[in-house]
Design a protein around this ligand. Structure first.
Ligand SMILES: Cc1cc2nc3c(=O)[nH]c(=O)nc-3n(C[C@H](O)[C@H](O)[C@H](O)COP(=O)(O)OP(=O)(O)OC[C@H]3O[C@@H](n4cnc5c(N)ncnc54)[C@H](O)[C@@H]3O)c2cc1C
Length: 490
């Protein structure tokens, strides 16, 4: 990683990668591994983007780890899950390509670069566990990839934003950049736009994101530079976008106390909790927390906000999905979660449920009834919640004070739609043509192709496909430059 060089005005690169996150670092490694000279630009002060703050969960189908754990998965089963969950707008061709190659081109490839896969979990919409967890989460994966990029001689320029794609007669000829040391042009015949999503852009979320209505808010949950500037670059050369209104939004966003504007959010996760709306009533099976289930249920509330109610036992287990809330070894830090609960004005605690209701501004009698009802069901051996179908066998009544109420809002996290590309990741323009030398991969391209996940994501289907499409884009760019960049992953 180098800081911007004030002394050199123009540099040559075979491939310029715009954005050094999941897709961009993988594109850079791929291109450099074939001997290409690669310059990767990143708007942030350090590379990594959303990938570096992610949990690193990666959807892989029929992996050696699944097999070792006795999980029987198949391309057919995964593709069926993908298309059922994503609906008719999911890109079947890209989905199939990914599902078929995730084990070789992502799981094994990352393993060769030092990633250790430790666990496989099952998320909504998946028939079997297939979300693979790497040791140390996203930060460790990104760290290992950056080491590989450095070994291959990739030049990463941080605090450097791409501001314009220079196109001459339908051919890419350079990328204009800006950094603290000034404006530059990098001469190149190939660029991979891998600038991520826009889930931290107030204006783009305002245009494309969901609207929670009065009394609620849409928290921004993307990485710092997920501002959609790559979308603007692509738009300026006439690129086509699809599925832009598919902003994957979670119901369990809490206001980030580090953000004075209170517009940024964090993903808060308790398991043995009860969700109540502003009337103090449950409205959903809390064991179904995904963007396709819990989020519509939250949006159906007026206002679209709820409180996660739990006791002190659960407070020790609650997690917040961000590296700030992890220990140095990557494990979740209950201490840091407790600190946030202690300082957030959206988190309350009390020794009794009525006191808790009072502190949180929820109707006291209603909350007491809601908590009491679940305890009664539990005491009477009811195994399935008669109201919303929650499995009560996995539930433990809230008995250990202090009790907590944490207010949650919709959290915009990932952009499922983006720029349309062909199977080689070439950007498609409104008239169906391409700018020669222009490719897009990762979240700016809806992970791959434009709208790979469709209306809903099976989870782990952002990182893996972003890395996959980054690698494919680099190879396609090199082939167009005359390199013999063959697929060697088997
Ligand atoms: C907190 C969090 C947790 C997540 N957890 C998971 C998970 O467990 N599993 C999963 O599948 N997905 C997860 N995701 C989504 C996943 O991380 C992203 O979809 C994925 O990283 C996208 O890869 P990308 O390379 O397209 O974008 P990023 O990884 O975001 O990288 C984009 C990079 O481009 C840079 N950039 C932007 N604009 C410019 C510009 N104009 N010039 C130069 N550089 C620019 C940014 O600084 C950034 O570094 C998570 C997202 C977040 C925010």
């Amino acid at each position: 990683v180098v800081t911007p060089d004030a002394t050199v005005d123009r540099r040559q690169a075979d491939v310029v990668v715009i954005g050094a996150g999941a897709a961009g670092i993988c594109a850079a490694i791929e291109a450099a591994s074939f001997g290409a000279r690669v310059v990767a630009l990143d708007a942030g002060p350090s590379p990594g983007g959303a990938a570096a703050i992610s949990s690193g969960l990666t959807c892989v189908v029929d992996s050696p780890l699944q097999r070792a754990l006795g999980i029987r998965d198949s391309v057919r089963c995964a593709l069926a899950d993908w298309m059922t969950w994503g609906g008719p707008s999911a890109d079947r061709v890209w989905a199939r390509l990914y599902v078929e190659r995730s084990a070789s081109h992502v799981f094994e490839w990352l393993r060769r670069h030092g990633v250790e896969w430790v666990n496989v979990i099952q998320t909504e919409g998946n028939s079997v566990p297939r979300q693979h967890e790497p040791v140390g989460g996203g930060p460790t994966v990104v760290g290992l990839l950056l080491e590989e990029a450095a070994r291959l001689g990739v030049e990463i320029r941080v605090s450097t934003s791409a501001t314009r794609l220079l196109v001459d007669d339908g051919v890419l000829v350079g990328v204009a950049t800006v950094s603290p040391s000034g404006s530059r042009v990098v001469d190149t015949r190939a660029a991979v736009v891998a600038s991520g999503g826009f889930a931290n852009s107030p204006s783009m979320l305002g245009t494309h994101g969901p609207r929670p209505g009065p009394g609620s808010r849409l928290l921004r949950g993307g990485a710092e530079h997920a501002l959609g500037t790559g979308h603007e670059l692509l738009s300026s050369v006439g690129a086509v976008f699809v599925g832009m209104d598919r902003v994957w939004t979670y119901a369990y966003g809490i206001v980030d106390p580090e953000d004075p504007t209170e517009e940024r959010g964090l993903a808060f996760w308790a398991t043995n909790d009860i969700w109540v709306n502003a009337d103090g009533r449950r409205f959903h099976d809390e064991s179904k927390r995904g963007g396709a289930t819990a989020t519509p249920a939250l949006f159906a509330q007026t206002p679209a906000t709820c409180w996660s109610i739990f006791d002190s036992d659960e407070a020790l287990r609650a997690t917040i999905a961000h590296p700030r809330f992890r220990n140095a070894d990557g494990t979740p830090s209950s201490e840091r979660v407790a600190q946030l609960l202690g300082r957030s004005r959206y988190a309350h605690s009390a020794l009794t449920i009525p006191e808790l209701a009072h502190a949180a501004g929820i109707p006291s009698e209603a909350l007491a009834n809601t908590v009491g009802e679940l305890s009664d069901w539990f005491a009477n051996g009811v195994t399935v919640d008669p109201r919303f179908g929650r499995n009560l066998q996995a539930f433990r009544p809230l008995t250990t004070p202090p009790f907590y109420a944490v207010q949650m809002f919709p959290l915009a996290r990932k952009c499922l739609g983006g720029v349309r590309t062909n199977r080689e990741c070439r950007v498609i323009q409104t008239d169906g043509s391409h700018v020669m030398g222009l490719y897009a991969a990762g979240e700016v391209a809806g992970m791959a192709g434009g709208h790979m996940n469709g209306q809903a994501a099976l989870e782990g289907t952002m990182l893996g496909p972003s890395m996959f499409s980054g690698r494919l884009a680099a190879r396609a760019a090199l082939r167009a430059l005359g390199y013999s960049a063959r697929d060697t992953d088997g």
